[in-house]
Unconditional design. Structure first.
Length: 276
C-alpha cells in the first residue's frame, strides 16, 4: 500500500489540496494519503524543511513525500526527486532538500525531465503527481530524471560561530502554533561550543540565563498557585527536535500573545548565545 504525504503552503480555503488527492487516488491504487501540513507560511523553505525533517522518519520506508512550496519551475528552481534514508522527496530545488538531509549523503538525487512542453502554474498537480505514481509503481528514478550531484543550499540560516568560539549567532527558523520561537541553534552545537560554560541567550531585549528540560519545569509547583508566576513566564528549552526554543508558558497567540509577539521577534530574526 503506497504512502504519499503532502506538505504545502496551499492552505485549506482553495481547492488545490482536494484536486491533488483526487488525482493521486486515480493514479495510484490502494494509496494512503497523509497531510503533514498545508499551513506552511507562503514561500518559506526553512519552515517547510523543519516540519518535514522532523516528521518523515515516523513513516514507513518507501514513503513518498510531495512538497508543494515555491514549486513553480524556473531555470533557477528546477524540480528534483531525492532518495534519502529509503524515503522519496519530490520538490523544487529551493533549499528544502538540502536542509532535510543536512550533512548526510542522499542515496540518489535526480532532476526531473519529464515535463515535455508543459508550462504549468500548478506543477504539484501536473508534474509531481506523475512522478509519485511512477515511484509507487517501483519505477526507476533514472527514467524520469538525470542524476545531479549538487543542489541548492540555504547557508544564511545556518548558525555562525565567532572566531573566539564563545558565541553562537543563530536565527528564528519557525514559529509554532503556540507562538513559540524555534531557532537554528541545535542542542548538540550548544554543548559542543559551550563546554559547560555559563551563558546568556539574547533575543532582542529579552535575556535567558537558564535552559529548562520542559515547559513545566520552569514553574515552582511548591508555591501556592497565586504566587507561581505562571502567566507570561519566559522559557528557554531544547525541544523534542533538538532545537533551542524560546517560549512563554501556556501562551496563546490569539489571546495573550506568543513568544514571537511578546519578544518582538519574527522569522529569521537573530538569536545569540554568548558564553562566559
Amino acid at each position: 500500500m503506497p504512502i504519499v504525504t503532502l506538505t504545502t503552503d496551499f492552505g485549506h480555503k482553495d481547492y488545490s489540496v482536494s484536486v491533488i488527492k483526487g488525482a493521486l487516488m486515480q493514479q495510484i491504487s490502494d494509496i494512503t494519503i497523509i497531510d503533514i501540513s498545508h499551513e506552511i507560511s507562503p514561500y518559506n523553505p526553512s519552515e517547510t524543511a523543519y516540519i518535514l525533517k522532523n516528521a518523515f522518519r515516523s513513516f514507513p520506508n518507501g514513503s513518498i513525500h510531495i512538497i508543494g512550496v515555491e514549486s513553480e519551475w524556473t531555470p533557477e528552481n528546477v524540480h528534483l526527486v531525492m532518495e534519502f534514508e529509503e524515503h522519496y522527496f519530490i520538490c523544487s530545488d529551493n533549499g528544502i532538500l538540502s536542509m532535510i538531509k543536512e550533512d548526510f549523503a542522499a542515496t540518489k538525487i535526480v532532476e526531473i525531465n519529464i515535463h515535455g512542453k508543459i508550462v504549468s502554474a500548478f506543477p504539484v498537480f501536473d508534474i509531481f503527481i506523475n512522478v509519485a505514481a511512477h515511484i509507487a509503481r517501483n519505477g526507476k528514478l533514472e527514467v524520469i530524471g538525470k542524476s545531479v550531484k549538487e543542489i541548492k543550499e540555504l547557508t544564511d540560516i545556518k548558525p555562525v560561530i565567532n572566531k573566539d568560539k564563545n558565541q553562537i549567532l543563530g536565527s528564528v527558523i519557525y514559529i509554532d502554533n503556540y507562538g513559540n520561537l524555534i531557532t537554528s541553534i541545535k542542542e548538540s552545537l550548544f554543548h559542543e561550543i559551550g563546554k559547560s560554560r555559563n551563558f546568556t541567550i539574547f533575543a532582542r531585549s529579552v535575556k535567558f540565563k537558564k535552559i529548562f528540560k520542559s515547559y513545566s519545569q520552569a514553574i515552582d509547583f511548591n508555591l501556592p498557585k497565586g504566587k507561581r508566576e505562571e502567566d507570561g513566564k519566559k522559557i528557554a528549552l531544547f525541544n523534542s527536535a533538538g532545537h533551542l526554543e524560546l517560549a512563554v508558558y501556556k501562551s496563546n497567540p490569539q489571546t495573550v500573545g506568543g513568544a514571537g509577539s511578546l519578544f518582538g521577534l519574527g522569522y529569521r530574526d537573530p538569536v545569540t548565545v554568548q558564553f562566559d
